[in-house]
Design a protein around this ligand. Structure first.
Ligand SMILES: CCCCCCCC/C=C\C=C\CC(=O)SCCNC(=O)CCNC(=O)[C@H](O)C(C)(C)COP(=O)(O)OP(=O)(O)OC[C@H]1O[C@@H](n2cnc3c(N)ncnc32)[C@H](O)[C@@H]1OP(=O)(O)O
Length: 725
């Protein structure tokens, strides 16, 4: 768990807990034993602490937070023990030093890092704060502004930046361990007082209080209801106001508040859920453990509209050479210009910039209108307009042109993968890759397998997600897949609430207060109302193919709201036309203001259809929108479209702006309690019997009937249910 070895005058303590040397109780105990041994041995003159297998430590063992007292009790005092050692202690940081791992390094008198190492205090992302005196030592070492930034955002910084900040004393390109031992030998006998961070004053910032006020306002703005950033701030502020020991006491108090908060549990659940979805499986028995991906040495993207441009940018950033294809020169030139602009912007954010991305090199990024250039690529991502006939035509062409092994991906947000695959001679190599806009920014990649998609194709798409630094989530084929399918009833409820008496800004406010980045109406305006309108026309729900005499507010015997169609008929497509559910300063404007025209329109609409306006409170808005979305989630699980609730949660957090500190919709349902979710859905569906989205799913009913089983056990009830059928 931590290996102690004595060579010459420097004792070596190696943290050992694969894969990331997380600080479990056993590791901490061994670290403490090693320090005591070194202290007691007169032939030892210095100590070097490092981690096994090129990683210092990823911090406290997150799974141990369920028994936090023993862990918390242990780490802070051990860091103090390191710092108070009368023999110099040097940290040799390779790989990562994160969280409690970095706090151990901060207790050391010197820090040497490998140039590729990364450091950070990411506890805030787990709903916590650095609870082993890190909020008190870091500001003393690198100053309050830099420490606040690291602690309240949790970002990982590269060794080069750590050196500039003074977080490490030296960076090396080769053997970090040898360099640390060299340094340890050199500093033997030198005074340690100035190296003990707890004894240093916090460096002054001119007008500290004004700086802190501004910093707090920024932290609150960005937190959107998440507690941890503000409490991290408070702990650092304590360092500026109190002596070290008092600051540590405050840090511990705040840590306890966070540890017992539901938010920490939600964020830690989200951490493991993101890792769990990598272990994908399909109901047919294919899985990550047996499927091997095929290499992607060269790719192609078809279509350089908004999605295609973002996808090209992502592939270039991942260093995958590619061909970008458009249907004609006019669209190609427009697309090329837009892609180059995106890449220039991305390059500016990166060290090494345009040279690293090398996007002016035609061997790495080639623009063409010639399909023949797709002959040799290993993978194609089609990103054209959402139109089945067009997609089928392209896939038919691809199956004739592309080499036999090439993977054919379609970027669609709802269309049937099997139907697209039917246009090819290789349905086993056809797969859905649903990117989210902007595709070079959003982390989610929904990966949709069809009836014939091979395990290799799924594994290759998952590998692509990793290469693009995205979270790939494998799901089955149904209309809207997982994300959009759950979104439909949510947006539908939002519109029904308007019919019944609410306002777009009132509905948005409730959901934004809950923690969503933007509410459903602001989101529709951003995405463009015409997108859904086109889809509804294709489905025959509105437009010329709607049979004459269809009631305005009913389709197939179910409640339907024509409100979004009516806005589109009036040219109100959202931001792009300067008006939609809101009014914008101009076409393409981003500042939404409530539109008196719309409010008047709504009131006339209600009169026309004889709808009695009523006051709708925040609770009803929240419950009808969220519980209908969650209800659809249970139906998706029951149908085997996703292999567990974690998949739905990861999709919602990474693709739909669901607040991570609430753990995703299914985790949220588990915290509300399934019997309560069920009771509320029953109440609303009794009031609105013509809305199927409010009728509780059989799977939810089944789970609620057994109480509120832990989320981890849900799927086992499903197999019991299926075996009985
Ligand atoms: C009485 C009251 C007193 C109060 C005082 C309390 C004092 C409390 C004391 C200390 C508190 C310390 C807080 C912490 O240290 S919290 C942990 C902070 N660290 C992190 O957040 C790092 C998390 N990990 C990562 O970011 C990545 O895993 C990384 C290390 C960058 C490696 O990334 P990658 O190479 O992509 O690999 P994976 O993410 O897939 O990870 C590999 C497996 O390792 C598992 N893992 C990673 N980190 C941890 C961890 N810290 N604890 C446990 N397990 C960890 C991860 O889940 C993967 O495993 P699997 O695939 O099985 O899920």
């Amino acid at each position: 768990m931590a290996q102690y070895a004595r060579g010459s005058a420097v004792a070596v303590i190696r943290l050992r807990n694969p894969p990331v040397n997380a600080l479990s109780r056993a590791v901490l105990q061994a670290l403490e034993d090693g320090l005591k041994k070194a202290d007691a041995d007169p032939s030892v003159k210095a100590v070097m602490i490092c981690g096994e297998n090129g990683k210092f430590s990823a911090g406290a063992d997150i799974r141990g937070f369920s028994a936090p007292k023993r862990l918390g009790g242990a780490l802070g005092p051990i860091v103090s023990l390191i710092e108070s050692s009368e023999k110099p202690v040097v940290a040799a940081i390779e790989g990562v030093a994160l969280g409690g791992g970095l706090e151990v390094a901060l207790g050391c008198h010197y820090r040497v890092a490998h140039v590729k190492a990364r450091m950070g205090l990411p506890e805030v992302t787990l709903g916590l704060l650095p609870g082993a005196e890190g909020t008190q030592r870091l500001p003393r070492l690198i100053g309050v502004p830099a420490a606040l930034d690291m602690i309240t955002t949790g970002k990982h910084i590269p060794a080069t930046e750590a050196l500039k900040l003074g977080l490490v004393d030296e960076i090396v390109e080769e053997n970090t361990i040898e360099a640390a031992i060299r340094l340890a030998n050199k500093v033997i006998g030198q005074p340690l007082g100035p190296r003990r961070l707890s004894l240093k004053p916090v460096p002054k910032v001119p007008n500290m209080e004004a700086f802190l006020d501004e910093a707090l306002a920024k932290v609150k703005r960005q937190a959107r209801g998440c507690l941890a950033p503000e409490l991290c701030f408070q702990a650092v502020r304590a360092a500026t106001r109190s002596p070290f020991a008092e600051g540590v006491r405050r840090e511990r108090e705040l840590f306890q508040v966070l540890l017992s908060s539901g938010q920490a549990q939600a964020l830690q659940y989200a951490f493991f859920a993101e890792r769990a979805v990598r272990r994908w499986a399909t109901p047919g028995g294919a899985s990550w453990s047996s499927a091997a991906p095929q290499p992607v040495r060269r790719a192609a993207v078809i279509g350089l509209g908004t999605m295609g441009r973002g996808i090209v940018t992502s592939l270039v950033k991942a260093n995958i050479p590619l061909v970008a294809l458009e249907q004609d020169l006019e669209n190609l030139n427009k697309g090329r210009k837009a892609v180059m602009l995106l890449l220039e912007r991305e390059a500016m954010k990166m060290e090494g910039g345009a040279q690293v991305l090398d996007f002016h090199n035609p061997a790495r990024l080639q623009f063409t209108v010639d399909f023949d250039l797709l002959r040799d690529v290993d993978l194609v991502i089609e990103a054209v307009f959402e139109n089945m006939a067009l997609k089928k035509e392209i896939f038919h062409k691809l199956s004739k042109i592309c080499k036999p092994g090439a993977l054919l991906c379609t970027n669609t947000s709802a269309l049937n993968i099997d139907e697209i695959a039917s246009a090819t001679n290789r349905p086993q190599q056809v797969i859905g890759t649903h990117f989210f806009s902007p595709a070079h920014v959003m982390r989610l990649l929904e990966i949709i397998y069809g009836r014939h998609t091979s395990p290799t194709a799924i594994a290759t798409a998952m590998q692509l997600a990793t290469a693009l630094k995205k979270v790939g989530v494998v799901v089955g084929n149904c209309f809207g897949f997982v994300g959009n399918r759950m979104m439909f009833p949510y947006v539908q409820q939002a519109v029904f609430l308007l019919e019944e008496g609410s306002r777009p800004d009132a509905v948005d406010q409730v959901l934004e207060d809950f923690g969503f980045k933007i509410g459903p109406f602001r989101m529709s305006d951003l995405a463009g109302l015409d997108v859904g309108w086109r889809s509804r026309k294709d489905q025959g729900l509105t437009g010329p193919s709607l049979p004459a005499g269809t009631p305005a507010r009913q389709r197939h015997g179910q409640r339907y709201s024509p409100l979004p169609d009516l806005l589109c008929e009036r040219g109100r497509f959202g931001q792009k036309t300067g008006k939609g559910w809101y009014l914008y300063e101009k076409a393409g404007g981003r500042t939404a203001t409530p539109d008196p025209w719309l409010l008047n329109f709504l009131s006339q609409y209600r009169d026309t259809h004889g709808i009695r306006t009523r006051f709708i409170d925040q609770e009803e808005i929240l419950e009808r929108c969220l519980f209908s979305l969650i209800n659809e989630g249970f139906a998706i699980l029951a149908e085997g479209i996703a292999s567990g609730p974690e998949h739905l949660d990861v999709i919602y957090i990474n693709g739909y702006g669901w607040p991570k500190h609430r753990g995703g919709p299914m985790f949220y349902a588990s915290t509300v309690g399934l019997p309560r979710v069920l009771a509320k859905l029953q109440k609303y569906s009794e009031a609105h019997p013509d809305v199927p989205g409010l009728q509780p799913s059989a799977f939810l009913k089944k789970l609620a009937a057994v109480g509120n089983p832990p989320l981890k056990e849900w799927m086992s009830y499903l197999s019991q249910q299926s075996s009985k059928l």
